[in-house]
Every structure is written in C-alpha cells, then in structure tokens.
Design a protein around this ligand. Structure first.
Ligand code: SF4
Ligand code: SF4
Length: 374
C-alpha cells in the first residue's frame, strides 16, 4: 500500500535518532522481536519512521513494545530502535493516542512518587524494617530500592539479602529513603516535560547522601538513573558483586549446594547494557551449582513482558510473554529460575501462580545470600 511521505516528520525523527537513516530493511529486528505479528511489525514501523509516514494506527500499537532491546542489539547497522519507539510515543501523546491507563499512572506518580499507589504510610512501614541494617552516615554504597519493593515482602527480602552480602564484603551500606520511582515508567509514557521536572528532583535528593556509588537491584533503575545522575557511579548489584568477588572481598566458595538452576537475562541488563557474562560467572563460581541455559539466552533471551511500561500498562502481550519465558525455564529441568531484576521476578512469580509449576523463582541476590549463610 503506498504511503504519504511527510518530510517534516522525517526530519524531526532523524534529528532525534540519526541512526534511523541506517536501516536497510533486512528484517533481523522483526524476525527476533517477541511481539511482531499482524498488528505490530517493527521493521515496518522503522520504514515508516524513515519516511515520516507514521500514522494514528502506528501510534495505537507502539504501546505494545516492551522495549526489550532484542531488535536493536541484533540490528547489523546499529539503529537505535527503542529510541525511535520512545520518540513515537512522545508524538502519540501529542496526538492524544495513548492507553487511558497512562493518566492514572502519571497521577499516582505525581501524588506519591510511584506508579503503584503506595502512600507515605506504606513507605514508613517499609523503611521501619531497615533501621538496624543500614547506615546513611557517609555510606560506601547507597542502595536504590525499586519503588515496586515498597509493598512487596518478597522483593524486600532481596534488598535485605543484598545489604547482608555487601556488609559481609566490608562495605558500609546506606539506602535511599526517598523511595521515589526512578522515572523509568514516565520515560516510556512519552511525557518529556514531566520526566525532566521529576528526575531533577530525584537527582537532587540522591546527591544529599554523598555516596560515591549508587547500587540498584533493578536494571531499569540503573538504566534510568544513569541518564540523569552524573558525577556518581551508578551500578547494578551484579556488576558490583562480580568486582567484589574478583578482588577477594567476597568469597562464595565456602558452602556446597547441589542444585540445577537456570538464569533469565533481564533485558535492561543484558541487551541494553551488555551485562551477560558477569551473572553467569558468579553462578558458576558457587560450588555444586549447575547452570543450564534456556533455549534463548543473552542478547536473544525472551523478555518477561514488563519493560516499556508493560508491567504498569498491562498490555495485551505482557502476561503472555512471561508465561512463554517461564515455559522455557521449565524445559531446562532446573529447580530454580534465577534473575536479577525486580520486574522480571514479579512477572515470573505471577506467571508461576497461574501455571502452577514446581520451579522456584529467585533473585540472584537472595540466592547468593542463602549460599553465604550466617
Ligand atoms: S534490523 Fe536494523 S537494519 Fe534490519 S530492518 Fe531492523 S532496523 Fe532495519
Ligand atoms: S524492543 Fe523488543 S518488543 Fe520492542 S520492537 Fe524491539 S524486539 Fe520488539
């Protein structure tokens, strides 16, 4: 079907994402995209973006993209596809074509600084559990908890596990008590002005702690904070633990555990930031642990369905993706599915409840803590 080229829009898109011009329509992106089907085709969306020919029908479907980054990490010419998606979402919002749930999410963030509706009372209750565990007087590292943790005791366990591990490695551990969302979800809703205003406040609050390192449990928080927090090292805990193991400050070779595990690569750690080998090296260094890979891993790993705002928007694809990935984990025969992302953990826990399987979902921090013991 012929499309009308819009040179003005083409210029606008090319200015923000210059790599868009490098697409030669090879189709690698759509072949590997976990959601490309009759209604959403990423190769076609890139072609239409190159021509400035995107229309309201495209604006409707781009919200299904989970921004997993599989497409761009495999693109032979390096087209920044998720940046194109983000730009299209901004244009869609301007054209008033967006899921109505976005209004609700943004309002919750505006009111309570998180998209889940957790209140000041919820935050106080959450923080009361950490009184003796953290020290915010000149900490060596500052933990940035994902705001999803506030009302979820399972994720709270992961934070406590990480605190114990870092303390064992000789670090003074602090924690960001502002408990604000990192802004990841705002960036996916296409509201640039609100994103700028909001993230400036979060950055100023974080700087008050004067910690040289901010460590996150969620790769989404890490990716998001790195965009606007400058002059402080922001790192995901997997990378920090690998460094502590390499420098001999953290030892995992004490206790032998006889268990088969599989590891799910969080998209924002593996595809967006290239952290693929580090978690595997950590897992393999634990005596008795056998790591079995799933059919898709590393840059080709299937997404859990949470990214791109999917966890909050609850799009048509998000729960289907988590079930498809859990099935791959089951096929390995492992008894534990490890991951290193708050969103992934939640998606697989929910899928596990629906599918009623015997596999245990664990965050890598909790697994390491269980191996270290008391
Ligand atoms: S993989 Fe890259 S070059 Fe190939 S169609 Fe997709 S965007 Fe274009
Ligand atoms: S980011 Fe993931 S879901 Fe979105 S187009 Fe690329 S591969 Fe598909």
């Amino acid at each position: 079907m012929p499309v009308a080229v819009n040179f003005g829009l083409r210029e606008e898109l090319m200015k923000v994402v210059p790599t868009l011009s490098l697409c030669y329509q090879c189709g690698t992106c759509s072949t590997n995209c976990p959601i490309t089907d009759d209604s959403f085709n990423i190769r076609l969306i890139i072609k239409k973006s190159q021509l400035g020919a995107v229309d309201p029908r495209d604006f409707k479907v781009i919200w299904d993209c989970v921004t997993c980054g599989t497409c761009q990490s495999l693109c032979p010419t390096g087209v920044e596809i998720t940046n194109v998606i983000e730009m299209l979402r901004t244009l869609a919002v301007k054209s008033k074509v967006f899921p109505t749930k976005i209004n609700e999410i943004l309002w919750k963030i505006y009111e309570n600084q998180n998209p889940w509706g957790y209140t000041a009372t919820d935050k106080r209750r959450f923080l009361a559990q950490f009184g003796n565990l953290i020290n915010n007087e000149n900490p060596d590292v500052l933990i940035y908890p994902c705001c999803l943790s506030i009302g979820d005791p399972r994720v709270t366990r992961h934070i406590k596990a990480l605190i114990r591990i870092l303390t064992k490695a000789g670090l003074k551990v602090g924690m960001y008590t502002g408990l604000t969302c990192c802004g990841d979800i705002i960036s996916h809703t296409g509201n640039k002005a609100f994103y700028e205003e909001y993230t400036t406040k979060v950055r100023d609050a974080l700087m008050q702690y004067k910690a040289p390192i901010i460590v996150t449990l969620s790769p989404h928080c890490e990716y998001s904070l790195k965009r606007y927090v400058k002059g402080v090292r922001v790192v995901h805990y997997v990378e920090l633990l690998k460094e502590l193991i390499d420098s001999g400050k953290l030892k995992l070779d004490g206790k032998k555990v006889d268990v088969k595990v599989t590891y799910h690569d969080p998209c924002y750690l593996a595809k967006h930031q290239g952290v693929i080998e580090e978690p595997r090296q950590i897992i393999r260094s634990i005596p008795g642990v056998k790591l079995i890979e799933m059919e898709h891993s590393g840059k080709r790993a299937l997404c859990c369905g949470a990214g791109g705002g999917g966890i909050a928007l609850e799009t048509r694809v998000s729960t289907e993706l988590s079930k498809r990935r859990l099935k791959e984990a089951l096929d390995t025969g492992a008894s534990i599915m490890l991951t290193a992302c708050t969103y992934c953990f939640r998606m697989f826990e929910d899928a596990n409840k629906v599918m009623r399987t015997n596999i245990k979902i664990m965050d890598l921090a909790e697994f390491i803590d269980s191996v270290l013991g008391d």
